[in-house]
Each structure stands twice: as C-alpha cells, then as structure tokens.
Design a protein around this ligand. Sequence first.
Ligand code: NAD
Length: 305
Amino acid sequence: MKKVALVGCGRISKRHIEAIRDTDGLEIAYVCDKNAEMAKATAEELGVPYVTDYRELNGKGLDIVSVLTPSGLHPRHVSNIAELTDIPYIVCEKPISLTLREAFEVYRRVEKAGKTLLPVFQNRYNPLVRLIKELLDSGRLGKIHQFICNVLWNRNDEYFAIDWHGTPEFDGGVLYTQASHYVDMLHYFFGEVESYKGLGSDLRGFDVYDSISAVLRFKSGTIGSINATVDVYQTNFLTEFTLIAQNGTIRLSGTNLNQIDFWNVEGMEKPDLNIKLDHQYGKGHNTMYEYIAKNSSICSQARRT
Ligand SMILES: NC(=O)c1ccc[n+]([C@@H]2O[C@H](COP(=O)([O-])OP(=O)(O)OC[C@H]3O[C@@H](n4cnc5c(N)ncnc54)[C@H](O)[C@@H]3O)[C@@H](O)[C@H]2O)c1
C-alpha cells in the first residue's frame, strides 16, 4: 500500500480523498493544513494523524504528497517539500505557478532534490481529449488548420469572497485558475506556441482578468483562438473545442468537453463516447491516482530500505 499525504484540506481535497479511496493500492496516511481546525477535521474524518507544518511530514514513510494549497503558493510549497522532506513523489494541483519563471525554478529544484513532480491537469485523462490526441499523433487528420477553444463559465460573487480568489498573488485570474486546464490541453495537442496576441477584461473589479480572448500560432503552423470567462450569467454555460483539419472536422462541447457535438472524419464513424459527468471536476483525478498506484517505481526511500 502506497502512503499519501495531503497538504491543504480545503475544497479540492474532497475530490482527492474520494479518488484515493476509490483507488486500490493507495491510502491517505497523513494530512496537513496550516489551519489546525481544517487539518483536525479532515484527520478525524479519515482516522489519520495531522500536522500543521508540511516539514513535519519528513521521516513518516510517505510515498506521495499532494499539494492542494492556493495556486500562488504552489512553487514555494512544492520546492520546500522536495528539499525538506524525504517524500519522493509530489502531486501538485494546477497551476504549478503563476509565472513561467517560477515554473522553471520549481522543476529545477524538484529535479535537483531527486524527486518527481506531477501537476494535476485532469483534462488529459478525459477520454474525448485522449481520442483527439491519438488522432492528432497518428497523423490521420492531416494538416491541422485551426481550432476554437471556449471556456464559458460562471463564478459568482460568493466564489470571489474567498480570501485568495481574484488576487494576482494567489489566483492569477481566469486564464490561470479556470482556463489553465484548456491552455494545457492546447499545448498537449499542438506543442509549443510560436506567437500570440491577447486581451483581458476586468469589469468585475478584481485585480485580475475575469474574461480573456487570445489568438495563437503554434510552431506546427496551426492557428486558433481561446476565449475564457467566469462572467456567464448565473451558471456555467459550456466548454467547446472545434478542430478544423484537412481530413475532418470535430466539435466537442458540454460543460467539461464531455460530448461530441459534430463529427465528420474521413473513414471514421463518430465514436460512441459521450460521457455522463457524475462530478463537476470529471473523473480525471481517479485516472491520475490509478496511474500512480500502478507505477511501481513510486515508493519512498524509507520503504525501499
Ligand atoms: N483540478 C481541479 O479541477 C481543481 C478544482 C478546484 C481547485 N483546484 C486547485 O486546488 C488548489 C486549492 O484550491 P481549493 O479550492 O481547495 O482552495 P481552499 O482555499 O479551499 O483550500 C486551500 C487550503 O490550503 C491551506 N493552506 C494554505 N497554506 C498552507 C500551508 N502553508 N500549509 C498547509 N496548508 C496550507 C489553507 O488553509 C486551505 O485550507 C488551487 O490551486 C486550485 O486552483 C483544482
């Protein structure tokens, strides 16, 4: 049984707890939150010990730590855990950081400490996203001319009343907190960006953008646009990914790219793959933890010796 510690016992920790519970071969052995009440409540619910300082997780025979703290704190927390504890495998909720410089720095420090870092971008485990990725990699679609990616969601004033939401230091705005899943997906599909132009709007009055529009050209020559907002009236509206390729046109949509809306691909029937969403975050966290459970090289030094 691989032993997992959670650092941060807030909202997303519930999804991690559920996913770890559903995964054979993993168990939560410790929890940590700097807020002692949060840590204690989660520890009592799970029947495990808690700490309020992640440095105390050192020497506890842990194999994996999942960092679930506010986004802007990820670089510091991941790097410190890599350097100051003996836990070999670090999972970090998205985004890894709010600046590119910090992202490079985190990876440098994690690597230097001889540890492994896995960011949570659960969209990559969405079966429809995987299908598109396989089609792109196989070359079956021919030249990829253009894409359209829209993330049209709602986050109400109550959401922004939470202390770190809507702040440049800890949240970063819609592109980082909500749309980072889709930015990651575009990189996953098309590789490196060659050039882009973007605009943001902050009409809600926070210090970050609540709506953005950007056009991008990838090194492959593919061009496209991404629009993301948290300003849709009352409730999440949709996510959309449309692909215009030499040998086909595909449109995915649904609140989390969970349905095929349009399919016209040379020599390939529309797959019967629409997904029933039983969770607002999708089931990608489960797939991620199943991978971790099966990866035999993930095991703490303490348990190897
Ligand atoms: N993958 C997804 O779909 C998804 C969904 C929601 C949130 N998230 C990400 O998860 C992260 C956490 O979001 P949340 O909504 O759970 O936030 P939250 O505010 O509910 O919880 C964060 C917790 O971290 C704790 N914390 C802060 N500093 C700490 C420290 N030094 N040591 C230990 N604990 C500390 C806080 O006390 C708090 O309990 C964010 O980065 C967010 O972007 C991802």
